[in-house]
Write a protein of this length. Structure first.
Length: 87
């Protein structure tokens, strides 16, 4: 449900971090790992599904915005996620 701006203690500018500031040059990550890295978490941090869903809401637009700077590798198996890294 929409809320008035005045109901929040703090408003911050909406800024995306640069891919080179988030990802290592020689490493490929799943979208789930990228979502954690964008929040300053270790990519192997265990999260509950609700938290992971919220983090994905941030990670996917970031990946689309930075698509020209990223590359991807096909999943190893049909039931595995793909991996993404710096181009």
């Amino acid at each position: 449900m929409p809320r008035p701006k005045s109901s929040f203690d703090r408003l911050r500018p909406f800024q995306f971090r640069e891919p080179g500031d988030v990802l290592d040059d020689d490493t490929m990550y799943t979208v789930y790992e990228i979502a954690r890295l964008l929040q300053g978490l270790d990519p192997e941090t265990e999260l509950d599904i609700e938290t992971e869903d919220v983090l994905l809401d941030w990670a996917i637009p970031w990946m689309v915005t930075n698509a020209e700077e990223l590359c991807f590798a096909d999943p190893v198996a049909d039931d595995e996620p793909g991996h993404y890294g710096l181009a």
